[in-house]
Design a protein around this ligand. Structure first.
Ligand code: NAD
Ligand code: DAU
Length: 352
């Protein structure tokens, strides 16, 4: 079959990437979606079991920072567009081992940009969409929102590596005329989220009656968005966003970590038929994250006004769907928490 587009989705076996791949495969039968993923601890092909046999989906195992792998996938599949999500994504791990973040997030992005630039003759016909984060803007005080004009001020090794990759993406637009688009999103939550991040970790630990480690006083604020709404936003920007522009993505949904954990505890108590208040007893205040950003909050009005995007669910609805998914997918949880997971996390939390 002659496909209209042949989209390379990097990091498609991860949390957001798998939702992106599913959306594209199910919506556009005339696109070939090539999921390019190294399958690190965070990548899992189980995430895509429901679409793996579709005729417009292909998996290619490779490393974004490998010239050989990227060259091979561009040539084999005649890539027409890129949606780049592959990254080392966890702030705590970046504090422990920053070099892996430089390798994948910085060098990997530049390697992809180089191949796209060299492979695409008529640059106006192809889109390179870079998926980034609000963390590049740094940390907010009690008021204000991040806009696309907020100066970059990354604080962690993770956010510094993402900020660096964003600058390279923009440099390839200005210098070589690559048709880039970029999105900077707030914290995502939803199904298939690896249980090292706050929400899935808390759900997993509540289920198992394990401690719920809250960093510092639990007063840091995050702005949460349902992952499927993020995937919808990327789809809109990829198809209809302006070339050379970045778009902030977020749902005006700020929570302190402690309020969120307590809300989850009560929701889980109901779902698990426990006495309300039982799970809150598992909360433990532990040593704070080094350089912990105080508050993130996104102004997504550009995306709303230009592309008519808005979130499709409230946080309460999205969180309930998420909790239900975890409760109904014990096998997935068992699979991703086998191997090194227990060892890594006992060490991580024993040090706090
Ligand atoms: P994730 O850690 O769940 O998934 C990352 C995926 O990338 C995994 O499948 C992994 O195997 C793959 N990968 C890692 N290194 C690779 C390499 N060298 N080559 C090829 N594949 C590699 O991450 P996520 O939370 O789904 O985030 C996806 C993207 O979205 C990242 O770029 C992240 O910075 C960005 N982002 C995430 C959030 C969030 O809340 N999770 C918010 C905004 C932006
Ligand atoms: O804002 C977007 C970013 O959101 C993405 O770019 C990152 O890839 C993603 O990991 C996420 O980063 P955070 O550091 O905000 O997410 P995390 O789930 O790790 O932590 C959320 C908040 O909860 C943060 O303030 C730290 C706190 N926390 C986290 C963990 C894992 C705890 O209090 N206890 C925990 O055990």
């Amino acid at each position: 079959m002659e496909f209209k587009k042949r989209i390379l989705v990097t990091g498609g076996a991860g949390f957001i990437g798998s939702h992106m791949v599913r959306l594209l495969v199910n919506t556009y039968s005339d696109y070939l979606v090539i999921n390019f993923d190294k399958l690190t601890y965070a990548g899992n092909l189980e995430n895509l079991k429901d679409i793996e046999n579709k005729s417009n989906y292909v998996f290619f195992q490779g490393d974004v920072s490998s010239e050989k792998d990227v060259n091979e996938v561009f040539k084999t599949h005649q890539i027409s567009d890129v949606i780049h999500l592959a990254a080392e994504s966890h702030v705590d791990r970046s504090i422990e081992s920053p070099m892996e973040f430089v390798q994948t997030n910085v060098l990997g992005t530049v390697n992809l940009l180089q191949h796209a630039k060299n492979f695409w003759e008529d640059k106006g016909k192809h889109v390179f969409h870079h998926v980034s984060t609000d963390e590049v803007y740094g940390s907010l005080g009690n008021t204000g929102l991040f806009t696309e004009k907020t100066p970059y001020d990354p604080r962690s090794p993770y956010s510094s590596s993402k900020a660096s990759s964003d600058h390279f993406v923009m440099a390839f637009y200005h210098t070589y005329g690559l048709s880039i688009k970029m999105s900077n999103c707030s914290n995502n939550y939803g199904s298939h989220h690896f249980p090292e991040k706050l929400i899935p970790l808390m759900i997993h630990n509540i289920c198992n009656n394990k401690d719920l480690p809250v960093y510092g006083k639990g007063d840091n604020i995050r702005d949460w968005l349902w992952v499927e709404d993020h995937a919808r936003a990327i789809n809109e920007i990829f198809h209809h966003g302006r070339v050379g522009q970045s778009y902030n993505v977020g749902g005006l949904n700020e929570w302190t970590n402690l309020d969120l954990v307590e809300y989850l505890c009560d929701l889980m108590d109901k779902k698990l038929n426990r006495n309300i208040g039982a799970s809150r007893k598992l909360i433990r205040f532990v040593k704070d994250r080094a350089g912990h950003d105080q508050r993130y909050a996104i102004d997504a009005s550009k995306l709303k006004e230009e592309l008519n995007w808005s979130p499709s669910v409230t946080f309460e609805e999205g969180l309930e769907k998420t909790v239900d998914w975890y409760l109904n997918n014990e096998e997935w949880i068992n699979q991703v928490t086998s191997g090194d997971y227990q060892k890594y996390y006992s060490k991580h939390y024993n040090n706090r």
